[in-house]
Ligand binder design. Structure first.
Ligand code: FAD
Ligand code: DHB
Length: 393
């Protein structure tokens, strides 16, 4: 039975786990990453698309910024659209900051390539991954190529996403879960067509939310608000394009259609655990918190957690435990600000289902909010600060 000893055992090779590994590699701290999906699955997963300026800087500092430098698309702002009018919120003019469109899939590919080049230990396609003795001498066990492995470590990091095992390994009475569901979901498509817009469009329409994003000069990413109970099979390509034309259309502008290469329905949820630290276990990214996607904060939050935890681990191995002790509080303080922003964007831009008086009131109130936000420099500056990324406090 292979037995390994390392300093940091990381569960999950999503963006959070791969980034933490890269950061520890640069700091000369031994680690092992264990992932229960195969490499092709990890590389093929299509998710977020917007990087905050701080996230781009993190990739550059870790020597994995060449891809985003070459292919990232710098955006100065976004469009907010309602009542058939499109309004530009210019982050660059308002606060001198920008965001970069660069798919999570590309971030993961760059990190996987860097791990391959460095020959660092990433075990893909592991099974029966389990963590043990989190308040004593922690270890990780798993099966790999039919062999049982044990990894002894100083610390275990749960970078295993919302459905992972690490958070679930914490005794229930040590954690409180704060959660909120929404009565809508996103249907997302990738289409082989040049974007019909220079900046991302977030639109509230009588039929519900729609959004136009992109992945490259030849690939568009579009989203539609749908019922969470909807089956993707009931959304033909023609029905999707019809809904996108209706919700994104404004006079004098048209949406170009293209071949749809991927379509899926994504649930929406807000979720935060009360602590990201238990014994020798630290949680990063979706393992500890989830936001609804409006505002593009999921990936960026994972990267912010990793930046902070990595610095704390480096300080620990230099004899200073202060940052590690404060990790959970500092990361959660930032996360709660991100949570309220994501909730605010979501509730401003989605139409509550049902034709009752409350839904009718809320819709008009949302239009009022959008009218206020798009005509107030103070409100737009606040949106710009939050969208381009909060600094750690
Ligand atoms: P993940 O990316 O979930 O990575 C966790 C990794 O751990 C995975 O590779 C998983 O296979 C692995 N794992 C799980 N369990 C185990 C186990 N037991 N043992 C070993 N490995 C395990 N955010 C946005 O901002 N905009 C978007 O448009 C957007 N779209 C999304 C669409 C979907 C379908 C989902 C699920 C999320 C989306 N997000 C979006 C959120 C964003 O993608 C996440 O916040 C981001 O992936 C978090 O990274 P992570 O590394 O923490 O978690
Ligand atoms: C994308 C996703 C988001 O959640 C968002 O707010 C903006 C863009 C995207 O996938 O491109």
């Amino acid at each position: 039975m292979p037995n390994l000893t390392t300093r940091v055992a990381i569960v999950g090779a999503g963006p959070a786990g791969l980034l933490l590994g890269r950061s520890l590699y640069q700091a000369g701290i031994d680690f092992v990453i264990v992932e229960n999906r195969d490499r092709e699955y990890v590389l093929g997963r299509i998710r977020a698309g917007v990087l905050e300026q701080g996230s781009v800087e993190t990739l550059e500092q870790l020597g994995v910024g060449a891809g985003v430098q070459a292919n990232g698309m710098i955006h100065d702002g976004i469009y907010l659209q309602f009542a058939s009018e499109r309004h530009h919120v210019d982050f660059s003019d308002l606060i001198g900051r920008t965001v970069t469109i660069y798919g999570q899939q590309a971030v993961v590919r760059d990190l996987v390539d860097a791990h391959d080049a460095a020959g660092t230990p990433v075990f893909y396609d592991a099974s029966d991954v389990a963590v043990h003795d989190l308040t004593g001498t922690p270890s990780l066990t798993f099966s790999y190529n039919g062999l049982p492995y044990t990894v002894k470590a100083d610390f275990v990091v749960g970078a295993d996403g919302f459905h992972g095992i690490c958070r679930q390994s914490v005794p229930a009475d040590e954690l409180t879960i704060y959660q909120r569901d929404y009565p809508f979901a996103w249907l997302g498509i990738l289409a082989e067509v040049a974007p019909s817009t220079d900046e991302l469009i977030y639109a509230l329409h009588d039929d519900g939310f729609a959004m136009h994003s992109m992945r490259s000069p030849t690939v568009s990413r579009l989203y539609l608000q749908v019922d969470p109970a909807d089956d993707i099979a009931s959304w033909s390509d023609a029905r999707i394009w019809d809904a996108l034309h209706a919700r994104l259309g404004v006079p004098g502008w048209s949406l170009e259609e293209g071949l749809i290469t991927e379509k899926s329905i994504l649930p929406m949820r807000s979720f935060v655990v009360s602590t990201l630290h238990y014994g020798s276990l630290f949680l990063v990214g979706d393992a500890g918190h989830i936001v609804p996607p409006t505002g593009a904060k999921g990936l960026n939050s994972a990267m912010s957690d990793v930046t902070q935890l990595s610095a704390a681990l480096v300080a620990h191995y230099s004899g200073d435990d202060g940052l590690l002790a404060g990790y959970s509080d500092v990361a959660l303080a930032r996360q709660w600000k991100v949570q309220q922003f994501s909730q605010w964007m979501t509730e401003m831009l989605h139409k509550r289902p049902g034709g009752d008086a409350t839904a009718a009131f809320d819709y008009r109130s949302q239009l009022g909010r959008l009218d206020y936000v798009t005509h107030s420099d103070e409100a737009m500056r606040s949106l710009a600060q939050q969208y381009t990324g909060l600094q750690l406090t």
